[in-house]
Design a protein around this ligand. Structure first.
Ligand SMILES: [Fe+2]
Length: 303
């Protein structure tokens, strides 16, 4: 099933009772954490199947660790394949990160250096994962707290090259772009303006927590103004990309999170209208200021 552009929320256990009792009205689609369904029954599956009967779902993983040195776990991929077969997601995603080395496992989504060696490594593993699952993946940009001296390209250039080499897409987490911009000086505007629009398949919105010397990606809501501002720019550039609100700290009632998804819809529509108006104005200015010439004859300038 192809998901139409719409506005969703992450499925969270705090809303299980509400969803079983009231259903899914108020949001267009749901994102389910893949690993929550690795057990084959129980309440997570009861809720997931109820939700799936009513709305499209996508699967979002945290355990693939595409940057690990070791090959992708066969057990993990087989578990994911079983979940995919049963829940039939519109698409699947995971993170551009690593999480284990030398038998030591971290539960963090650790960032990679951005250079040719890491690029070749990630692409080789991603090719293998996509072939094994028979599906294209979306990879989410990380929220970062450090950067590597050995990086030779920017994060968005790395993402663009991963898309070009593997056919994978990008899940653009706008809050992560903001968090990284504060913590490691990434340029958020250059990021959004530089990412290849053809591969951006989904957007995440979330909140963060500000500390004296850094910003933490806590997914506490509501979405802050600075993230909405970047979201407007992303929508102006990428169009009406399916958008999802992640709210994981102090999770409020379902209706509150659903209202934040509705705010995303309104914000996106405003951004698209503003972009259309800007393009019209630019066209009108162009038609006034650009004199006809032999090289321009036949071009339509403005509307
Ligand atoms: Fe995210």
């Amino acid at each position: 099933m192809t998901l139409q552009p719409g506005y969703g929320i992450g499925l969270r256990r705090q809303h299980f009772s509400y969803l079983l009792e009231h259903g899914t009205a108020g949001v267009d689609w749901f994102e389910i954490i893949s690993e929550d369904l690795f057990g084959e029954g129980g309440r997570p599956w009861a809720v997931a199947e109820r939700v799936r009967r009513e709305k499209p779902v996508v699967l979002h993983g945290t355990g693939l660790a595409i940057g690990n040195a070791a090959p992708p776990s066969r057990v993990y991929l087989e578990g994911l394949a079983r979940v995919i077969e049963r829940i039939e997601p519109s698409w699947i995603s995971d993170h551009l990160s690593w999480g284990a080395a030398g038998g030591v496992y971290s539960h963090e989504l650790l960032p990679l250096p951005y250079d040719e060696e890491a690029l070749a490594h990630v692409c080789e593993r991603l090719d293998a994962v996509q072939e094994k699952l028979g599906r294209r993946l979306l990879l989410e940009n990380p929220s970062t707290y450090l950067s590597f001296r050995r990086s030779t390209i920017t994060e968005f250039e790395f993402m663009n090259e991963v898309m070009r080499r593997t056919g994978a897409g990008v899940l653009l987490d706008v809050n992560n772009v903001y968090v990284s911009s504060v913590n490691v000086g990434l340029d958020p505007i250059a990021y959004i303006d530089g990412l290849n629009p053809a591969g951006v398949g989904q957007i995440h919105l979330a909140g963060h927590t500000r500390y004296p010397t850094f910003v933490m990606d806590t997914h506490v809501g509501p979405v802050p103004d600075e993230v909405w501002a970047l979201y407007r720019r992303a929508i102006a550039r990428f169009g009406e990309v399916p958008t999802l609100v992640e709210w994981d700290t102090d999770v409020p009632p379902f209706e509150t999170v659903a209202a934040e998804a509705s705010r995303a819809r309104e914000t996106a529509r405003e951004a698209l209208a503003a972009e259309a108006s800007r393009a019209r104005d630019a066209g009108a200015r162009g038609s006034r200021t650009v004199a006809p010439s032999s090289t321009r004859e036949g071009h339509v300038l403005g509307v």
